[in-house]
Write a protein that binds this ligand. Structure first.
Ligand code: TNX
Length: 538
């Protein structure tokens, strides 16, 4: 039955293409395109396979988008593509319109069960003179394919081929699949607060490079950033402080849901982090009963770490955590809840272990999978819980030994808050200086040689915000390094090469400028200056 429906779908689609290309032949038999080369386009992350056919698809006012009707999600991906084409070209491309009169060419976003599509994010992109077809099993895969397509639509139209503007998309075939299922960025909104609109802009930029996880570090010593209705003082008292004495801020539950919904539209998972038992001064200032360090509490706006802790022996603490996890889990469609667990220097080791063991049960009770910084592996955590490696190799190898997956965020390679070099105006340097090439030139698979590829869930680049207080400063540290981390997550080691990446990165400036991104203009990169030339391959 399923096969029959599929056959009908394919036949209908073929008919549409044939009738369109007939119309094309009648009207525009003479379209002659300059030679193109899909294989030398500046696509990031690098796709698994590209075969160029050296012609072009002419994107113009007579192009339409059709999508699979398998679910509404495919139509939403088509609408997303149409919106992005409009931002770039001002063309208004209809999606699933029923009026076929003026159609010359079609972009078809197709649900496919082809065995060549290995995982849900895999896609195939076929570009010919008459049609562009994106095949994928899921809307998520189609969305990743759409990002590739966006990257190969030129900034400028060609106005000499026909009597109206046409954007020439190089023809050929791209077969693509992610190397890691988890490709993340983390933003610390606790040390400095970032608004909903700033986070949305970060999501826009991350999604363009196929990042699929955004981890929000929502609480720390300096502030608590998410409304918890059953413990209102968390935000009424501790939502208003931040590093350096600024005004801070917090997300109401409605605003947080708005971020989650925006991420979902971009096929991105929001991972909430409530850091504990350390990094909890702000929570204890609001509710002193939680405090376990025996000291007098006051708001903290400095940048030291490791002085605060919850009391691991009080039932009230676990009742509090149960409420917090319950309320946040209810706003979280994604599978993960991050409990922090780092740098609990004033928690006794046996208390730390007891605490993590109990909190894991709470996270599981609310239907989520626990992630924690690598220290959590000192406790007796379940193999379903995930370690985020930032510092201690032994914690990562212990995680693998017990069957837990690992997210790779080694501070010396993947920390976006490290300075690029001595001239950097923002950032810290306790782990390393991380220039753009060092950020790119390592492998999440072999960085800890005792780990196997299967032990690793993926990569995440954390951006701690002690030294950054606004979007321009965030962008300075995140870009261009984040673009390299996106490639480390998606492309295989065999398919990555600094010399080749460097050129593709240099050619991101039209996009970054259009998005008004304050990227760090590293002198390691020969940045493309304007939109009329392309930095050539050697
Ligand atoms: C260490 S990395 C921390 C954070 C700081 C960061 C600054 C980790 C799990 N903890 O609390 O913000 O260094 O680079």
């Amino acid at each position: 039955m399923k096969k029959k429906i599929l056959a009908i779908k394919i036949a209908l689609f073929a008919l549409a293409i044939i009738s369109l290309s007939c119309a094309e032949k009648k009207k525009k038999i003479n379209l002659v395109f300059p030679e193109t080369n899909l294989a030398s386009e500046n696509i990031i992350p690098k796709p698994s396979k590209i075969i160029a056919t050296n012609s072009a698809f002419g994107l113009d006012k007579n192009t339409v988008i059709y999508t699979s009707q398998a679910s509404n999600e495919f139509e939403a991906v088509g609408q997303f593509l149409s919106d992005k084409i409009e931002e770039l070209t001002a063309l208004k491309i209809p999606v699933n319109s029923t009026e076929l009169e003026t159609v010359d060419r079609v972009i078809y976003i197709n649900q496919s069960d082809s065995l060549d599509l290995q995982v849900k994010e895999s896609y195939q992109l076929y570009i010919s003179k008459d049609s562009i077809i994106i095949n994928s099993m899921t809307a998520e895969g189609a969305f990743r394919g759409v990002q590739t397509l966006r990257q190969i639509i030129p900034e400028k139209s060609n106005d000499t081929i026909t009597d109206h503007a046409m954007w020439l998309v190089p023809s050929g075939k791209i077969i693509d699949s992610p190397n890691f299922e988890y490709r993340g960025a983390m933003l610390d909104v606790a040390r400095h607060f970032f608004s909903v609109s700033e986070i949305k802009k970060y999501i826009d930029l991350l999604a363009y490079y196929k990042i699929n996880q955004l981890h929000l570090h929502l609480t720390d010593d300096q502030g608590w950033r998410i409304e918890i209705k059953s413990w209102p003082k968390l935000t009424s008292v501790s939502g208003n402080t931040e590093v350096g004495g600024g005004k801070g801020g917090f997300y109401t539950q409605e605003e947080y849901s708005e971020i989650v919904a925006y991420a979902t539209e971009h096929h991105m998972t929001i991972i909430p982090e409530v850091d504990m038992p350390g990094h909890t001064n702000a929570a204890s200032v609001a509710y002193p009963i939680l405090n376990g360090n025996g000291k007098t509490l006051k708001p903290y706006t400095g940048t030291h770490v490791g002085f605060s802790t919850f009391d691991a022996h009080k039932d009230t603490v676990y009742a509090f955590i149960d409420d917090v996890v319950r309320e946040i889990a209810a706003l979280t469609p994604g599978p993960y809840f991050h409990i922090g667990g780092d740098e609990s220097h004033v928690t006794k080791k046996k208390d730390y272990i007891l605490f993590v063991n109990r909190v894991e049960k709470i996270v599981q009770k609310h239907g989520k999978q626990m992630i924690g910084w690598d220290e959590i592996m000192q406790a007796d955590v379940d193999s379903s819980s995930i370690a985020q490696h930032w510092n201690t190799k032994k914690n990562a190898t212990d995680a693998a030994a017990r069957g837990s997956k690992i997210i790779m965020s080694p501070a010396t390679r993947a920390y976006l808050d490290m300075k690029y070099d001595d001239a950097s105006i923002h950032g810290l340097d306790w782990a390393a200086l991380i220039p753009v090439d060092t950020a790119y030139n390592w492998s999440p698979t072999t960085y800890i040689k005792e780990l196997k590829k299967e032990d690793i869930l993926g990569i995440e680049a954390p951006l701690w915000s002690e030294t950054i207080a606004n979007m321009a400063e965030l962008e300075y540290l995140a870009f261009p390094r984040m673009i390299g981390y996106a490639e480390l997550g998606w492309s295989t080691d065999e398919n990555r090469n600094w010399e080749d990446f460097k050129i593709r990165l240099a050619n991101q400036t039209p996009y970054l400028n259009r998005m008004n991104v304050n990227y760090y203009p590293s002198t390691l990169i020969d940045w493309k200056k304007d939109t009329s030339d392309t930095i050539p391959k050697n």
